[in-house]
Each structure stands twice: as structure tokens, then as C-alpha cells.
Design a protein around this ligand. Sequence first.
Ligand SMILES: *[C@@H]1O[C@H](CO)[C@@H](O)[C@H](O)[C@H]1NC(C)=O
Ligand SMILES: *[C@@H]1O[C@H](CO)[C@@H](O)[C@H](O)[C@H]1NC(C)=O
Ligand SMILES: *[C@@H]1O[C@H](CO)[C@@H](O)[C@H](O)[C@H]1NC(C)=O
Ligand SMILES: *[C@@H]1O[C@H](CO)[C@@H](O)[C@H](O)[C@H]1NC(C)=O
Ligand SMILES: *[C@@H]1O[C@H](CO)[C@@H](O)[C@H](O)[C@H]1NC(C)=O
Length: 430
Amino acid sequence: MAGPLKVLGFLFWLFFFSFVRGQVKIQTPTLSLVPVITQKSTSVMCVIEDYYPKNLTVQWEVNDTNCLRQSNLEYELNAEGLYTAYSLCKVSSETWNTNTEYTCEATHQGKLISVRKNFKVKIQTPTLSLVPVITQKSTSVMCVIEDYYPKNLTVQWKVNDTNCSRQSKLEYKLNAEGLYTAYSLCKVSSETWNTNTEYTCEATHQGKVIRVKKNFKSKLTLTLKPPIERELFVNNKVVLEAVVSGDDLETVIEASVLCKVKNEPVTSVVGNIDFPEGTSQFIRTHYIFVDTEKWFDGEMVTCSIRDRGINQEIHFDKGDGKKPSVVIYIPDTIHTDTVSLVCEVTSPKLGDVYIFWKVGNGLYIKGSTSAPIQRDNSISVLSILTVSKQYYEDPRKTITCAIKHANMDNIGSPLQVSAMSKQPECPVDY
Ligand SMILES: *[C@@H]1O[C@H](CO)[C@@H](O)[C@H](O)[C@H]1NC(C)=O
Ligand SMILES: *[C@@H]1O[C@H](CO)[C@@H](O)[C@H](O)[C@H]1NC(C)=O
Ligand SMILES: *[C@@H]1O[C@H](CO)[C@@H](O)[C@H](O)[C@H]1NC(C)=O
Ligand SMILES: *[C@@H]1O[C@H](CO)[C@@H](O)[C@H](O)[C@H]1NC(C)=O
Ligand SMILES: *[C@@H]1O[C@H](CO)[C@@H](O)[C@H](O)[C@H]1NC(C)=O
């Protein structure tokens, strides 16, 4: 019992003594080793942290022999009156890559404190990317071989299926984690650059082959489609589809579509990659959200694929801006199990209209809508809805044809006409 009490008493006394004297008491440092890698040199830094008093000596060991290039100590004093000292041991970049043990030993107040570390990095396979490097004077494709270890690797370029005739020597960069990034250039003529050419960069690292292919000029097409009608009628939103298609998957994935209305970018969401059967094209739809009011005002929506000079425009055609007439045609007699109704939208100069059907209190249903039909003094669009006879004859199920067109007071409430009287003897006329 006496021992611990004595120690406690001593500590208290020490604390009290230091407090009264206003001094920092002896404190032993903590040591750590960190790599310091710059473009020009590689060193290991020993950080001797938070100690007092200042005086100490440092001794380095590299694989149990003295460090040949050890720096002088640098000191720093913090607000609590504690010191931190820094010591560097410079190593050659060849040594850095080997399985070398670094030891930093500090002697402070007759006490020896040491830290030991091995910075050997584990094998890491690089990731490859191809980027164009276009200057006023030349055009090249750069292969960036990123974050790998150990340093040694070979690079082989292909332009279509032949070796690149002007391949540069590799340039290396070492990062703070001890991983390398290498750069290789393949110079191409501006004529080649402008053709549909496939570039392949192949790196062999630790017996493993890693490859990246890219075609910077593979054909891409951009198609803008009118608003998705379901979104328009159900959510009262104008969502256009900007469809990117091309024969090179990478190119389609990387195509960045930017759309603007009145020079202001609009938001978009990228869909999944699709490879429809029977085509040899990869397809990706970008969904473009356009302000409903601006759309029905006929504002131009311009979309482009960045760095490609591909531009497409779409806008809502307001026609003469007048309210169209809407008529529903129903069959005189019903002989089959299904019934087809026709909704006809007509105006002297009909612009774009969106036609949807609503059955009962259910959701909107898309019919089959015709292309505009030109008559002598008018233009019409027809939409056909087919329902079951049973459904058609149910008096509780109103069938409505809903139309969105230019100059509506409220875009949210479409112009609606219902086939209210389903008795054939009473033709509907609106
Ligand atoms: C600092 O420490 C070294 C060795 O531990 C000693 O030789 C030297 O006298 C000390 N210097 C001071 C100013 O205390
Ligand atoms: C340290 O030893 C290891 C293996 O024991 C060796 O691979 C490495 O090259 C040595 N480093 C130096 C700097 O001698
Ligand atoms: C680098 O790699 C090449 C081929 O992979 C090999 O021939 C060469 O000996 C390696 N060099 C070193 C220093 O490991
Ligand atoms: C392309 O380069 C590789 C590796 O340098 C070489 O083995 C091959 O023979 C070359 N092919 C042609 C067609 O020059
Ligand atoms: C690569 O092949 C494509 C078509 O297969 C061709 O249009 C292009 O000119 C070729 N590029 C070179 C550099 O030969």
C-alpha cells in the first residue's frame, strides 16, 4: 500500500512544484517516420514530437548501417512549451524501392527512444487511361499508367492494328505513397487524328498485360426526342430524351451531353447503357428536365456533346397558338371483343399536341398517335385507343381524351373531351 501512495505523493509534489515554478516538466518525445518524396529526392523524415527540454541527439540507421546523408535537426516550439524536432535521412530512389529498414533513435535526458519502419510498397497493378494532348504544334495521345508498384514496366502502342511509329520514352512520377505513375505519348499526324482510328496502349507490368483502347473520333449521334408523354400528363413535367448512340462503348459512356435553354444549362440525368438487339450500336439516354412554361412557350432547347461539335435542337411548335377542336369517334356497332375509339385534334395550323387517354379514374394511357394529317384548310392528329368491350360498356368508366397544346391557360390541366354517351345512337359532337 505504501508504494503506490508514495508514487502518487511524488507525482502530486512534482505537479505542484512545476505549477508553482511556472515551468514545463520533462517530457519524453514520441517518434514517427514518414516518407518525403519530391520530384528530385527521396528522404525519410523522423518526427520527434512534443518533448521537453529541447536538447536531444538523433541517430539514423539504414539496414543497420549509419545513414550517409542525415540532415541537421530542425526544432519547433508549440504553445504549451513543448518541442518537436525533425530529422531527415536522404536516400537514393533506388534504395527507396528496396526492402530497407529505417531506424531513427533519439537520446533525450539519457533515455533512448527509437522507431523502425520499412517502406517497401506491395506490388500494385496500374490503371490505364488515354487522353488526347493537342497543342498548337502537335497532336498526341497520352497513356497515363497510374498508381502502380514496382516501377519497371513496358508500354506498347497500337494505332488501329499497327505499332505506333512515334512513341515517346516513359516519364515517371513517384507519389507520397510510394506508387508510380508513368506517361507515354504516341504522336499522330493531324490527318490521322481526324480519322476514325482506334488507339491501344498496352502496359506489361510484373508479367501482367493491362490494356486500354479508345477511339476519339468514333461516330456518335445525338437524337433529341419530344417530351415523355407519361411524365407530361402524370407529373406535369417536360422531360426530353437526348439519345447518344455509337459503336464504341467507351465513347458512348464518356459522351457528356449538355443542354441549354436560352443559354442557361438545364439539369439532366444519365440513364443506363443499352445494346439493343439487331443493332451494332451502344445507346445511352440522357433525360433532360425542361421548365414546362418555357417549353410550351416554344423556347429552343439546344443539346451538345462536349468536345465533339455535335449539336441538336428541339422546340415545341406552337402552330397558330389557337385552341384546337377535339372530337371522339366511337363505333356504331360492336362486333368484336375490343373497341377502338379515335380522338381527333384539329386546327387550321396545328402545332405540336400531346394526346393521352384516361379511362375511369385510372392513370393516363398512351394511345397510338398518327403523324399530322394535312387537309385543305386544317391539320389533324389522330389517336386511337383500344379497350375491351366489357370495359367500354361499363357506364362507370368514363373514357377521356386529354390534350396538351400551346397557349393553354394552365398546362397542368389538359383540354379534355370524354366519350360520355356510349350509346351509338347518340353521336358525340363537341
Ligand atoms: C545536450 O545533450 C548532449 C548529449 O546528450 C550533451 O553532450 C550536451 O552537453 C547537452 N547540451 C546541453 C546544452 O544541455
Ligand atoms: C536492406 O536489406 C534488404 C534485404 O535484407 C535489401 O533488399 C536492401 O537492398 C537493403 N538496403 C540497402 C540500402 O542496402
Ligand atoms: C523490366 O522489365 C523488362 C520486361 O518486363 C525486363 O526485361 C527487365 O529485365 C526489367 N528490368 C528490371 C530492372 O527489372
Ligand atoms: C511492333 O512492336 C513489337 C514490340 O516492340 C514488335 O515485337 C513487333 O514486331 C512490332 N510489329 C511490327 C509490325 O513492327
Ligand atoms: C483506322 O481504321 C479506320 C477504319 O477501319 C480508318 O478509317 C482509319 O483511317 C484508320 N486509321 C489509320 C491511322 O490508319
